[in-house]
Design a protein around this ligand. Structure first.
Ligand SMILES: Cc1cc2nc3c(=O)[nH]c(=O)nc-3n(C[C@H](O)[C@H](O)[C@H](O)COP(=O)(O)O)c2cc1C
Length: 324
């Protein structure tokens, strides 16, 4: 995830178990783009002991192929193409989720990448369409994906317009599982071991991709493994969550910056964690007002200095409404 799952963060996750496979934030590919050294480090300085896949986003066949060839000179576990990002600056340039409007171009890009990526698996991450969810639109996309035989397909079960907040169309993911010959990963709103098992059962997907849930709860990978194996799911205590937030501060913020800049930087992550700590957003509001490390961790301690187990699940829209 952009500006979130950097080299330090994926190594931090490993302390809590971590993913079986990690997908790094994307490289923007344009006519004059070079490989971003920091993102590349996720693979070249990978000490997690787990594979790291690098991801590209762009819309020009020649430059995507050039970048894919360069990436294969490095120890990458796979090369992924992003067909889902809804950010306006990406979408409007017809890259990421924006490409889902241009099927002939996706066809050309996938054909060229399938031919160029010979050393490592070639994988694709997609949303289910652009506007309202429509199975016919998704089927047309799947037909193109199937033709180019990616080694893995990850489906975020929302359209581009649905951004991040709507319900996830898990039935569409189940459809992709039925149609594709390659393994499919299900993605979207998996934030607890119960949801994980339900989504796996409902979709038949080979695995799950976790995004925001893993930032809020880095124990989630182990919790899902435990639930899947019928073992007891262990929830972290408040104090353990507090220790995670302190480790996060040290990991994702650079000592070369001022304290205020470091506090600002860690808020990017805390924004995803906040409602899991306190559902009425008092924690979020409090931490957002802080400028120093001391003030930030005073707010954190007020909510987390205890030994009660924490679920670290963000409330649903209905739950938030019920609270107010
Ligand atoms: C801030 C942010 C940055 C993201 N960056 C990426 C990215 O670089 N590549 C990618 O494939 N998905 C990216 N995503 C999408 C997530 O990987 C994921 O598909 C989406 O958040 C839904 O899954 P979740 O509910 O588990 O978070 C990003 C999402 C957010 C919120």
């Amino acid at each position: 995830m952009q500006a979130v799952t950097d080299h330090g963060f994926i190594h931090l996750l490993r302390r809590y178990g971590g993913a079986d496979v990690c997908f790094a934030e994307y490289f923007r590919v344009t006519a004059d783009s070079k490989l971003d050294r920091e993102i590349l480090r996720c693979a070249t300085a990978n000490e997690t002991g787990r594979p790291v896949v690098l991801q590209m986003i762009g819309n020009d066949v020649t430059h995507l192929v050039r970048t894919a060839k360069e990436l294969q000179k490095h120890p990458v576990a796979g090369i992924d193409l992003n067909l889902g990002c809804p950010a306006p600056r990406v979408f409007n340039k017809c890259a990421g989720g924006g490409l889902l409007r241009d099927l002939p171009r996706i066809d050309r890009i996938l054909g060229a990448l399938r031919e160029a990526i010979t050393e490592v698996p070639f994988t694709v991450k997609t949303r289910i369409g652009v506007e309202a969810a429509a199975l016919a639109e998704f089927e047309a996309l799947l037909a193109i994906y199937a033709r180019h035989e990616p080694d893995l397909l990850t489906v975020h079960g929302r359209t581009v317009r649905e951004m991040y907040r709507t319900e996830v169309h898990y039935d569409f993911i189940a459809h992709a599982v039925a149609v594709m010959r390659c393994p499919v990963l299900a993605n979207g709103n998996v934030d607890s071991p119960e949801t994980a098992l339900r989504v796996l059962a409902e979709t038949g997907a080979r695995g799950l991709m976790l995004g925001r849930g893993a930032i809020r709860n880095p124990w989630l990978f182990e919790q899902i493994r435990a639930a899947a194996a019928g073992r007891e799911v262990v929830e972290p205590t408040g104090r353990e969550v507090l220790a995670y937030l302190k480790a996060l501060f040290e990991t994702v913020t650079d000592e070369g910056y001022t304290e205020e800049e470091r506090v600002h930087r860690v808020k990017k992550h805390l924004n995803f964690i906040g409602l899991g700590v306190e559902p009425r957003s008092a924690f979020l509001d409090g931490m957002r007002r802080t400028r120093s490390r001391e003030a930030l961790f005073e707010v954190c301690a007020a909510y987390l200095e205890h030994d009660r187990p924490m679920r670290l699940v963000a409330p649903s829209v209905e739950e938030v409404n019920a609270l107010s």
